[in-house]
Design a protein around this ligand. Structure first.
Ligand SMILES: NC(=O)c1ccc[n+]([C@@H]2O[C@H](COP(=O)([O-])OP(=O)(O)OC[C@H]3O[C@@H](n4cnc5c(N)ncnc54)[C@H](OP(=O)(O)O)[C@@H]3O)[C@@H](O)[C@H]2O)c1
Length: 347
């Protein structure tokens, strides 16, 4: 090896610069551009996440009698969207299966007023897994008819009760997840978007996930697949209707405290729904952590998620994250099965 190296003449930097000036200039220009782009991107991600305010909800009709439609509003993140959009001056139509939770929410929203105007609210009970239930879809369509809808939040979602290998999952669970997370999103968007395009004003917020939106998620494969759909659907739609006055954004979300995540304690990386929704609504149309990552329409507005998304994209070592997630999911499954066994014995 040493003999070989002694026979190879490695040009000094002086020789490179003087003998190949154009090549040197090209290499320096490419290097300089990469460093400048990285620095600018970092600066913009931080500025969007921590300083710059997003588009105002007034642009979508807040305080002017417009309605916001929120699915999956009986609990968790959806309930918070409904409450905060009402506080910002929207009338709100909420939907989910749990009629009594929706009724309580409607009463809470109707107790609010913006200036001297009372906020209106109504609930439509829907089971989004039942695509063939003509009666419920007809009822929803008739409740939506005639409303000036400024905002649609496609938030309703179903995941696994615990991570599981796809071949062991029930057919019904997998079909429900696709119906709720994909087909209903497409159907509702199809019902509401034409009115927004006609009025040249509207905002559609679709709830996605790091599972599927950013990386693959072993043992949540169907859930991750549906969220990848939501991500791609939103990005395509966002470009399609941008010049028609309608903004479509897909919220890339890591964990949030909720029944779905089964996480009870908040941390920097796992906010409460209230904090999370406040970030989304204050950073509208700003990609934040998803900036310049070739994912049109995708936004990562909550600061902890934004930094994680940014770091994952800088490091670009997604397979490490996928393997970590797979190990984590195996562990969660093991503990969930053990808990179910214990509970079965107690009965
Ligand atoms: N929490 C997280 O860590 C996290 C992370 C990434 C993405 N997300 C996404 O954020 C969204 C909200 O999640 P979350 O954490 O707030 O979940 P959650 O607390 O479980 O709430 C889910 C909502 O969806 C509704 N829903 C479930 N099945 C339904 C059905 N068949 N028909 C109609 N509505 C149905 C539920 O209402 P009913 O039970 O009354 O029907 C509930 O209001 C979901 O799209 C989820 O995928 C959450």
């Amino acid at each position: 090896m040493a003999t070989f190296l002694s026979t190879v003449s490695i040009p000094s930097s002086h020789v490179l610069v003087t003998d190949y000036p154009k090549l040197t200039l090209f290499v320096l220009a490419v290097g300089g551009f990469s460093v400048a782009r990285f620095a600018l991107k970092t600066l913009l991600v931080l500025a969007q996440t921590f300083v710059i305010p997003g588009k105002s909800l007034k642009k979508y009709g807040a305080g002017k009698g417009a309605w916001a439609v929120v699915t999956g509003a009986s609990e968790g993140i959806g309930r918070e969207y409904a409450l905060q959009l009402a506080q910002k001056g929207f009338n709100v139509l909420v939907s989910a299966r749990n009629a009594s939770a929706l009724a309580t929410l409607v009463t809470e929203i109707e107790s609010k007023s913006i200036g001297d105007k009372k906020v209106q609210a109504k609930a439509v009970t829907m089971d989004f897994s039942k695509l063939d239930d003509e009666a419920q879809w007809k009822k929803l369509r008739s409740e939506l008819a005639g409303l000036d809808i400024g905002v649609l939040v496609n938030n309703a979602g179903k995941s696994y009760s615990y991570p599981e290998d796809f071949h062991l999952c029930s057919d019904k669970d997998m079909e429900d997840i696709v119906n709720i997370n994909v087909s209903s999103v497409v159907r509702l968007t199809k019902m509401i978007l034409p009115g927004m395009v006609e009025k040249k004003r509207g905002l559609i917020i679709n709830m996605a996930s790091f599972s599927g939106g950013s990386v693959a998620s072993p043992m949540l494969s169907t859930y991750a697949g549906t969220k990848a759909f939501v991500s791609s659907f939103s990005g395509s739609l966002a470009e399609e209707v941008r010049d028609k006055g309608v903004d479509v954004e897909c919220v890339n979300t890591y964990f949030v405290v909720s029944n779905m995540s089964k996480i009870r304690r908040a941390s920097a990386l796992i906010p409460m729904p209230k904090t999370f929704v406040r970030s989304v609504l204050s950073k509208l149309t700003l990609p934040c952590g998803a900036l310049w990552t070739n994912r049109p329409g995708l936004v990562t507005p909550y600061w902890g998620h934004a930094l994680l998304d940014y770091i994952m994209n800088v490091i670009g070592w997604n397979m490490a994250f996928v393997r970590f997630t797979h190990r984590l999911h195996k562990d969660i499954r093991r503990r969930a099965l053990r808990k179910m066994e214990r509970e079965a014995k107690q009965q």
